[in-house]
Write a protein that binds this ligand. Structure first.
Ligand code: HSE
Length: 347
């Protein structure tokens, strides 16, 4: 068997995404080691108010998951530390910061400070947090490059479905002139369920229960989450320098059961469509509810599933459809970045 490389992970945040990652490690950690030669150990979990644990040899993911399932927190586990995330980043024996705290699209904090500190402390960083990546990517990339550390953020767009990697890796060499798609799972789930006659409030609550929605779901329904993803796509895939305020944005809060029913009666369906496109020298972006005929390829994308179409010069349109949100899907995004990091840095 090939040599095994151990990666000691600090998790900040243990919500849907952190628990999704822990489930994957619980269920297939040994297989990942056998297949890819990576021994992935959670050595620390920092939460805002559900406890912080640290053990240099690793904490069994099953123990973390059982604790949360039974008590809702980690405070009864051994190895408690009265450490702030900053202390953990500076003091823990670790290799990778997995930053999964709640998204803040106003200033990207506190996640951005955690990422900066981790890069200053010789930790690779992997995140699914859209705040730091939508708002501060050039600076964070520069810090990672200078420190020769990995910065992974595949999970920021379409969770584990490899939307970014498809564009920058598989489509490298093509010119991408337009990107459009459904990039928010919560709103797509809400619209799909409302078409079945369910109420907005009920389906939003269900989207929260299923781990699709942000901690503050107004970011989803008002289109900010999709706008952040449009910014990430524009800046990563089309080398733009967009800010969130550059995105023409409208969410789904203006759509009622009546407007949804009217579209259905006309053989159409509302979708929240994100679009990024070149206009002369500029790159522009928008997020708008759009009525699509049922024959449109994106009209059939339902629930928390997302889809993205890259318009390229050499291949025409290339479309990727897959999970857009949820704990396991986002947990997988972290695994896929770890494996890429291992390929680039670890052997
Ligand atoms: N709240 C986000 C969504 C999570 O619903 O798409 C994934 O980024």
């Amino acid at each position: 068997m090939a040599d095994t490389t151990t990666y000691r992970l600090i998790l900040i945040g243990f919500g849907a995404a952190g628990q999704g990652l822990a489930r994957i490690l619980r269920d297939r950690g040994s297989w990942l080691e056998q297949r890819y030669g990576v021994d992935l150990r959670i050595v620390a979990v920092c939460t805002r108010n559900r406890g912080t644990v640290y053990n240099t040899t690793g904490i069994d993911p099953a123990v973390l998951l059982d604790a949360v399932a039974q008590t809702g927190h980690l405070r009864n586990l051994p190895d408690q530390r009265d450490w702030a995330p900053e202390d953990m980043i500076e003091r823990a024996d670790a290799d990778v910061l997995v930053e999964l705290s709640a998204t803040n699209l106003a200033d990207g904090e506190p996640a951005t400070s955690y990422v900066r500190l981790a890069l200053e402390n010789n930790l690779h960083v992997i995140t699914a947090n859209k705040g730091p990546i939508a708002l501060h990517l050039p600076e964070l990339r520069r810090l990672a490059t200078e420190a020769q550390l990995y910065l992974g953020y595949e999970g920021t767009v379409m969770s584990g479905t490899p939307a970014l990697r498809l564009a920058w890796s598989s489509l490298a060499g093509c010119e991408i002139s337009e990107i459009r798609g459904i990039v928010n799972g919560t709103t797509n789930y809400i619209l799909t369920q409302m078409e079945q006659g369910l109420s907005y409030a009920d389906v939003l609550a269900e989207a929260q229960r299923l781990g699709y929605a942000e901690a503050d779901p107004s970011g989803d329904v008002e289109g900010y989450d999709a706008a952040a993803k449009a910014v990430i796509l524009a800046n990563v895939v089309m080398n733009a320098h967009l800010s969130l305020s550059d995105v023409e944005r409208m969410g789904i809060t203006t759509l009622t059961r009546d407007t949804i029913e009217a579209a259905r009666a006309a053989g159409e369906r509302w979708k929240l469509i994100a679009r990024v496109w070149r206009e002369g020298e500029q790159v522009r972006a928008s997020v708008q509810p759009t009525r699509l005929p049922l024959s449109h390829p994106l009209a059939g994308v339902s629930g928390a599933t997302n889809a993205i179409t890259y318009t390229t010069d050499l291949l025409g349109d290339v479309t990727l459809i897959g999970a857009g949100a949820g704990g396991t899907a986002t947990g997988f995004a972290i695994i896929s970045d770890i494996l890429e990091m291992h390929l680039l840095w670890g052997r």
